[in-house]
Design a protein around this ligand. Structure first.
Ligand code: GLP
Length: 253
């Protein structure tokens, strides 16, 4: 596990460098995309690089991590809409190659299986961008989720719904109770996982990941199993790490 402690704008640059290097090597790379506030700096930077010709995502593929269940099609806070607004429409990704779990399918379980098959057909995810919830969820894998889980329907914890209510006018009742999400197994299959976390509210989850052991109360700790994971955190998110100073100085990775 590679742990980098740096200011948020630098973290965005480091993550953007990883995307840029991958796409330079493999223009038709498969990206795994996350929603939430944390990757927005990265998406801004990708948009800048595409605008000034340093990066093209024209041949890339993308798979979104998760999608709410129960929102009307086109709802501005559905993750399919959010990722278009925050990234897809600002870069040269081709919409047909941007995949979102189908929360409007008649049979959502079948839609989950199709999503897994589509990831495999695309050759697997080369670089998976991840955020983390305050309670340690990744994508929408909540506590108790199995390590080998694949794309599935998950019911959201009260904490996650409270945290995400800021996107729904602070009305927790407006936050869906369920979502479709890539499983921990799906995420662990990615070739490189880049987790971004900023702010003190993420410090406990980050400490569980970096200093703790794998446990089902903190789904993020599944990444301890991942052979190639980069953890990009700011000072506040690193504040509960045993060795924050050494990570900060680049002495520990
Ligand atoms: C949501 C998403 C996660 C994201 C998390 C943290 O619940 N399903 O993929 O990592 O929020 O979001 P934020 O970056 O806004 O703190």
């Amino acid at each position: 596990m590679d742990v980098v402690v740096a200011p948020p704008d630098e973290l965005a640059l480091i993550a953007a460098d990883a995307v840029t290097a991958l796409v330079a090597r493999r223009p038709d790379a498969v990206l795994g995309l996350a929603t939430g506030s944390t990757p927005l700096g990265l998406y801004d930077e990708l948009a800048r690089r595409v605008a000034d010709g340093r990066l093209s995502l024209a041949r890339a593929h993308a798979f979104l991590l998760d999608e709410y269940l129960g929102l009307p099609a086109g709802h501005p806070e559905s993750y399919g809409e959010v990722i278009c607004r925050e990234l897809v429409d600002r870069v040269d990704l081709v919409r047909e190659r941007v995949h979102v779990p189908d929360a409007h399918a008649d049979d959502v379980d079948a839609a989950c299986a199709r999503y897994e098959a589509a990831i495999v057909a695309a050759g697997g995810i080369d670089l998976q961008i991840l955020g983390v919830g305050t309670n340690g969820h990744i994508a929408f894998n909540e506590r108790g989720c199995a390590l080998d889980s694949r794309t599935h329907v998950e019911s959201l914890t009260a904490q996650t719904r409270v945290d995400n209510s800021r996107f729904f006018g602070d009305d927790v009742d407006a936050v869906p109770t369920r979502a479709l999400t890539q499983g921990l197994g799906t995420i662990l299959d990615s070739r490189h996982a880049v987790l971004l976390a900023t702010g003190e509210r993420k410090a406990e989850a980050v400490a569980e990941l970096v200093d703790g052991s794998m446990n089902r109360d903190w789904p993020v700790t599944a990444l301890r199993q991942h052979p190639n994971v980069t953890v990009l955190i700011d000072d506040a998110a690193a504040s509960r790490l045993r060795d924050a100073d050494r990570y900060r100085a680049g002495l520990l990775r």
